[in-house]
Design a protein around this ligand. Structure first.
Ligand code: HAM
Length: 431
């Protein structure tokens, strides 16, 4: 019986992984321009880390984590996101003593036991950034500019940044109380889930997907109307800085995010081509988190994008180029095959992309394979060529053959340069 992959866990095959690689390259280039450095964090953490940061009453912690007991009885969890781990690492390595502000990016798999559907998996990948050590509105704007530039570099279709403020420890408690009072007054119209967690997490009322529940809460109070003066000033300053760069996020006062660590600035990105799971990314400010995880009272802000969703939302014409072989070596006969392996090895070590098929194939079938591989040049090495220390070269772009004496000791790169030059000359001049 064949063994299949686990539900919600998927393979990324080469025709898709090339998009992943391209995306990662684009992201890395942009992160470098914004002076972010890469951090690599473990996939497994102590369960307590996520309970304390993401929040006990969130869907993630309540029902979506892959948690198991290690052999020594300690509870471990496959990371459902990156922010908690990065803050843990920040505190553990006292990064604040090394640099005034940490600007970090990360790439890698996350795990949430959600119901799989298009764009929703149990293992998915995130590209994310975190800035720890600044609380001014300018850095929020800079992070949002980075997000905006990244979406553009990745050629995402119809991206829209939605923005909200979730207030802080000064203004949110009163708002929370107002929302709870509203929820209690309208309890009969709420879905089962919202009724159950009303007291513990009333904010989640606002992003419930149940249509009846949504109708009930259409007139619920929103945080934006309850911001304290400093939070209002911060929110206005973020928007003003973005507006100066020509960027106007859509305000979404009902967006509350699915993780509890956020304060003030919160945002999500939606895009086209995704169906129900239309959020390609999300993020926000988490000023209390470093302290909550045992570090100094240091603010932070960041975001993460879901790679699988980005791939779905990427324009078809995105500039993703597969790296085809530059040279396809087509030997004919046992002696030529041995020589071909030697040549291929040398040229590869010299930096040329070389493909060589299994032995015993006719010229015709090798040409077919070369065409399929997208190789620019086919180098035919038969017995005659071997005797003459020459190669017959087919320029696949020009669809023409020419024979060229090749010094077998010549370096692969030099050979390729010579071929390129030859293919630019008129046919008569080719020897
Ligand atoms: P999040 O909104 O939970 O935020 O996830 C960010 C993105 O990860 C989502 O917008 C989505 O694209 C992708 N994602 C989440 N769950 C799944 C899934 N089951 N299948 C496929 N893709 C998924 C965070 O994780 C925060 N740590 C972001 C952040 C960084 N906030 C501050 N810094």
């Amino acid at each position: 019986m064949k063994i299949t992959s686990v539900k919600g866990f998927h393979d990324v095959l080469p025709d898709e992984s090339i998009r992943w690689t391209w995306m990662e390259q684009q992201a890395r280039q942009l992160f470098a321009r914004y002076n972010f450095s890469e951090i690599r964090i473990p996939v497994v953490e102590r369960t307590e880390l996520f309970a304390r940061s993401i929040g006990e009453t969130t869907d993630i912690v309540e029902k979506e984590m892959y948690t198991f007991d290690d052999r020594d009885g300690s509870s471990l969890t496959l990371r459902p996101e990156g922010t908690a781990s990065i803050v843990r690492a920040y505190v553990e390595h006292a990064l604040h003593t090394r640099e005034p502000v940490s600007k970090l990016f990360y790439l890698g798999p996350m795990f949430r036991r959600e119901r799989p559907q298009k764009g929703r998996l149990r293992e998915f990948s995130q590209i994310g950034v975190e800035v720890i050590g600044r609380d001014d509105a300018a850095i929020d704007a800079e992070v949002l500019l980075l997000l905006h530039d990244l979406l553009q570099a990745l050629e995402i279709r119809g991206p829209q940044i939605e923005l909200n403020s979730l207030g802080d420890t000064t203004c949110r408690p009163a708002y929370r109380a107002a929302l709870l009072a509203f929820g209690e007054a309208h309890r009969a119209g709420l879905c089962e889930n919202c009724t159950r967690r009303l007291e513990r997490n009333p904010l989640r009322l606002l992003d419930c997907k149940d249509p009846d529940c949504r109708a009930t809460t259409a007139s619920a109070p929103v945080m934006l109307d309850h911001l304290c003066a400093p939070c209002r000033a911060h929110f206005d300053a973020v928007q003003a800085a973005l507006a100066r760069e020509g960027i106007r996020p859509r305000l979404n006062p009902r967006m509350v995010r699915g993780l509890d660590y956020y304060v003030r600035t919160a945002f999500e990105v939606v895009a086209e081509g995704l169906g129900a799971q239309n959020a390609v990314g999300g993020g926000g400010r988490y000023d209390g988190l470093v302290k909550a995880l045992g570090g100094p009272d240091t603010p932070g802000i960041g975001f993460a994008l879901g790679v699988e969703r980005l791939v779905l939302a990427m324009a078809d014409h995105a500039a993703v180029q597969p790296l085809a072989p530059e040279v396809f070596l087509a030997p004919l006969g046992a002696a030529a095959e041995a020589e071909a392996m030697h040549l291929a090895h040398r040229w590869r070590r010299d930096g040329v992309r070389v493909e060589m098929p299994a032995g015993g194939k006719s010229l015709k079938s090798q040409m077919r394979l070369a065409d399929k591989a997208g190789a620019r040049y086919v180098l035919i090495l038969g017995e005659d060529e071997l005797a003459a220390q020459a190669l017959t070269v087919r320029d696949m772009a020009a669809k023409r053959d020419f024979t060229r004496a090749v010094d077998v000791s010549s370096a692969g790169r030099a050979l390729l340069d010579a071929l390129t030059q030859l293919s630019h000359q008129p046919v008569e001049q080719r020897a």
